[in-house]
Design a protein around this ligand. Structure first.
Ligand SMILES: Cc1cc2nc3c(=O)[nH]c(=O)nc-3n(C[C@H](O)[C@H](O)[C@H](O)COP(=O)(O)OP(=O)(O)OC[C@H]3O[C@@H](n4cnc5c(N)ncnc54)[C@H](O)[C@@H]3O)c2cc1C
Length: 498
């Protein structure tokens, strides 16, 4: 099946029967009717509907090279700058719908899989069957519009255990047996955002190193359906809501994060993409330009989210009649400056793109890395601006039920604005509260800080994207007229690469 629409998305998720837990109770489907997932699934279904609308189909799809049927442009491996721009346009159309609040809108993982696919050639030397597996799986996801989540990061107990315990005792994610049917895998992953609301999961841990082993059992990547035997999902506490007025963001965009446990899960042979050599996994990331392609998807989300904050700041200022206060103008100008910066960085990445050794067009990485370092910091500044401008208004926000109750008259009399009814004014402040002071906003802040790696790792990605550190040092030597030997600590750089 080529591109799917919203009902087909929902139908497939509802068919799954997961071992899914929330607050000590096992949850059963259909998940689209469960308050934990219904709002998010409606939003995601609307994204899939959009790509099927005649008005948008041309901008959101391209013919599958296998079947000629329309498939999502976020799967398109870019070969030209025009392809990059097509991808951007498609991603922008979805971002404009979710305003950057869906960190895992399907184009994120479609892009991730596309990037790994572009490096499938490197698997030929390692294991040609695995190269085929990756290519076939990519084509399967593209031609069937599979919705993917991913599990890369392990709990700290597992990361530590992989480094210090024997392979037998270790609780790090590992292959414990290989048999005729496939690879038996056990372990745990800290976070699969949208694990439940996707069809399948890409699993790709950062492996512990085992120098004594012939094959490193911690080094592998595969993708599987969510409902295989032995997989357990444990949900974090939910912020989801059924009330659009009271919780305008979490009623639409609450992406559940799950702890995923693998207990002797059988991964079929044709779903394994590499095994046994951590360097191969590392090269899939680097030669596939994983962080760069993903960075190009992410910057569209940053732009959409910054625009949303800009709109909210302007609306709160207008509502409180302080639009021309110099302090507020200064803050709004700061948001505008960053918005222009993110847009410019995206243009710089596209215009600076280059063909890689496999013939694919890769955006320039440094501008995208700059955006991925700047946005998480500025995001927190924008949250702070909302808190300060919202003041007590983002706390005293009676619910829709209050407004239609016996006390609704009091709320209307005392909480209206200069030109707005209490209902409209409270709607605006409830939005500011969710973003600036509520649990949904708290999770968004933590997501923006960490979803692309901890700050140290992201900084090293930027540091390593420059290969001419010596030139800059030489510039200073030339200026001072001194002559010091310039060296780089390559071990340190390698340590932070992954
Ligand atoms: C909301 C949310 C959703 C997520 N969704 C997903 C998902 O869908 N799939 C997935 O695989 N992962 C997901 N992640 C995980 C994310 O990728 C990780 O949080 C991130 O890579 C950081 O890893 P970690 O949490 O293990 O922390 P660590 O990297 O272990 O860091 C722990 C602490 O140590 C500090 N630290 C680490 N290294 C250094 C250093 N060298 N020097 C100084 N300080 C250091 C960090 O700053 C941090 O304070 C999600 C995370 C969040 C918060």
């Amino acid at each position: 099946m080529p591109i799917k629409n919203g009902s087909q998305y929902i139908e497939r998720i509802n068919k799954q029967n997961l071992n899914l837990w929330y607050k000590g109770k096992k949850l059963t489907g259909p998940y689209s009717e469960h308050p934990l997932f219904s709002g998010l699934m409606k939003t995601q279904a609307a994204l899939y509907d959009l790509q099927c609308e005649p008005e948008y189909k041309d901008r959101m799809t391209y013919p599958s090279p296998l079947t000629g049927e329309p498939v999502g442009i976020s799967f398109l491996p870019p070969v030209t700058v025009a392809d990059l721009k097509k991808r951007k346009e498609m991603i922008d159309l979805w971002s404009a719908k979710h305003h950057g609040f869906l960190g895992r809108s399907p184009d994120y993982m479609n892009t991730a899989l596309m990037s790994l696919y572009t490096a499938a050639d490197i698997l030929e030397e390692h294991n040609p069957a695995h190269a085929n597996n990756l290519r076939n799986y990519y084509a399967y996801c593209r031609d069937n519009d599979i919705t993917l989540s991913h599990a890369f990061i392990q709990p700290s107990a597992c990361k530590l255990s992989g480094q210090v315990d024997s392979i037998e005792d270790s609780i790090a994610a590992k292959v414990i047996e290989i048999n005729d049917e496939g690879f038996v895998v056990s372990g745990a992953f800290m976070m699969a955002t949208q694990g439940v609301t996707c069809d399948e999961m890409l699993v790709f841990p950062s492996p512990s190193i085992t120098p004594i082993e012939d094959k490193n059992p911690y080094a592998f990547a595969f993708s599987i359906p969510n409902d295989l035997d032995g997989i357990t999902f444990i949900c974090r506490e939910s912020n989801a809501s059924e009330y659009l007025y009271d919780h305008p963001l979490s009623a639409r965009f609450e992406e559940m994060d799950t702890l995923v446990i693998f207990d002797h899960v059988l991964v079929p042979h044709d779903r394994m993409f590499y095994y046994g050599d951590e360097n191969v996994g590392y090269r899939l990331f680097t030669d596939g330009n994983f962080h760069t392609h993903i960075g190009h998807q992410i910057v569209s989300r940053y732009i959409a989210k910054t625009e949303f904050f800009l709109g909210l700041m302007e609306s709160l200022a207008q509502e409180q009649n302080v639009s021309f206060d110099p302090n507020i103008v200064g803050q709004i100008a700061q948001i505008m400056t960053k918005l222009e910066t993110f847009k410019a960085l995206r243009i710089a990445a596209e215009e600076g793109s280059q063909k890689n050794e496999f013939g694919y067009c890769v955006p320039a990485s440094s501008p995208l890395l700059a955006a991925s370092i700047e946005f998480p910091k500025f995001y927190l500044e924008m949250v702070d601006m909302i808190q300060r401008l919202g003041s007590s208004g983002i706390i005293m926000i009676p619910s829709e039920a209050d407004l239609s109750s016996e006390v609704g008259g009091y709320v209307e009399k005392y909480l209206h604005g200069l030109e707005t009814t209490a209902k409209d004014r409270i709607a605006l402040f409830r939005l500011a509260w969710e973003l600036g002071a509520g649990a949904f906003g708290g999770r968004q802040s933590q997501f923006e800080r960490f979803f692309f790696g901890n700050a140290q790792t992201v900084n090293f990605r930027m540091f390593n994207s420059y290969d001419n550190h010596e030139d800059y040092q030489q510039l200073i030597q030339n200026f001072l007229g001194t002559q010091k030997k310039i060296t780089e600590d390559q071990d340190l750089i390698n340590h932070y690469e992954r």
